[in-house]
Ligand binder design. Sequence first.
Ligand SMILES: Cc1cc2nc3c(=O)[nH]c(=O)nc-3n(C[C@H](O)[C@H](O)[C@H](O)COP(=O)(O)OP(=O)(O)OC[C@H]3O[C@@H](n4cnc5c(N)ncnc54)[C@H](O)[C@@H]3O)c2cc1C
Length: 501
Amino acid sequence: MNEPAGAVPIVIIGCGFGGIAMAIALKKAGERDFVILERAADVGGVWRDNSYPGAACDVVSRIYSFSHDQDYEWSTAFAPRLEIVTYIHRVVANHDLRKHVRFNTEVAAATFDEATALWRVETKNGERIETPVLISAVGLFNRIKIPDFPGRDTFEGAQFHSACWNHDVALDGKIVAVIGNGASAVQFVPKIAPRVKRLYLFQRTPQYVLPKSIFPGTGKWDAWLQRHRGLRGLARLKIYLAFERFVFRRKWRPHLRLRGEAGFRKMLEAKIADPVLRAKLTPDFPIGCKRQLVSNEWFDTLIRPNVEIIDTPIDSVTTTGLRTRDGKERAVDAIIYGTGFTPTDYLQPMRVTGLGGKGLNEAWREGAEAYLGIAVTGFPNFFMLYGPNTNAITSIIYMLECQARYIADCIRALRTRNAGYMNVRAEIQSRFIAEVQKRLSGTVQAMSICVTYFKQANGRITTNWPGYAFEYRWRTRGMRASDYEFVAKATPNLAPPAAGA
Ligand SMILES: Cc1cc2nc3c(=O)[nH]c(=O)nc-3n(C[C@H](O)[C@H](O)[C@H](O)COP(=O)(O)OP(=O)(O)OC[C@H]3O[C@@H](n4cnc5c(N)ncnc54)[C@H](O)[C@@H]3O)c2cc1C
């Protein structure tokens, strides 16, 4: 192991929307000396990586963008991935952030040293960096999940996950198996189906896939507001409030869910004439249980003559294709895994060790938890963006901005109080988590019938925020000193703010 490469006042891990939000909040707070360690060779996070055909946001771009960087003309309501990447590059340039980023630098471990109040960060390349403040912005959807089907390694054709799309594989005229029908598959299947000879779609459960027009920000008025530069703030507010209305209706008018399910079945009846196929595509769980999917093309694609839906579970992968549990084997040229990610494995595979040598893995044995999704007791001066229970029904960028502001406020408190470190009080975290879990237990996602990636194997929901976005904004409006224990240090690592700052 090399010697420490030196101390940096603030280290951010990851340069997706979260790391960028954090860097901008730091600059606004007058912080100039920070680094962003990014494992890949460019900025962008999930939008850099998910290059599959049809990749686009499914929250309208006017709100799926930074509040402070609205001077951007989106070509369409749900911007395609390349446009989002261009936007991210423009924001990074506008705020002159590239000089802060160290690319190809993956953090492997971080250990807090109580004596010096410093985090010792180890990278995969063997570099060591010391920092008083460590901020994780590693995201929720960056570890892919591929089911461990027997024989997977023996397949002689091409196989890849949708988040690592292999653009060298020519799919035209080929027989292709797609495994999974989640948010990514709903986007790429309609794009590749017209090009392939045959497409087998292996689904575990059908999904509620709804037309774009019912999502906030897609109406005539929205389009009008978004066309006018001076009205963009209003356009965003309208979309924001429409999302809040979803949350209100979920809580206070749950019977509307039944109306939504009935509407979905009616739409299926109109689109799918074949009753056998329709039955295969009708979910047997409540709407709202899984992530809401959006597409105008999904069901039209599924009735194409070259598309077949298979709901018999997969038994194994053979050298030439896939065998299902009924013994049937289908030869294919390529297998595409649209099998998603492992969002409940927060921060994995990083090893984070806090006070008393306690690892996050140990602290999170029952499931990941953090005060406001940001701070964990026993892990001082360690903060997270998109941490546990912050996945809300709104644009995630809004949530990231709330977290970034709050963390910048914590750093300000460390400086003004001349503190060595701040540690969220255990009872504050426990009270917060008990409240969040109680509120989540009343949601549709908590129902045992509801199998979703939001949940851990033990049934605990560790990803979702139970309330309104404005409530989260309110609760993160500033750090409350009484929530934290501030520990003094003779010579604090962070200098007090300069006079007048
Ligand atoms: C295909 C797809 C579509 C989505 N669409 C929407 C949408 O429409 N609306 C919405 O609100 N949300 C959407 N999301 C959720 C999305 O994850 C967030 O909106 C947002 O991009 C999160 O940004 P982030 O920076 O927190 O995480 P990420 O974008 O995942 O960025 C994390 C960064 O950290 C880096 N990193 C990870 N581990 C390490 C490490 N150990 N060391 C160094 N660097 C590391 C990664 O390389 C990456 O660059 C989507 C997600 C996916 C996968």
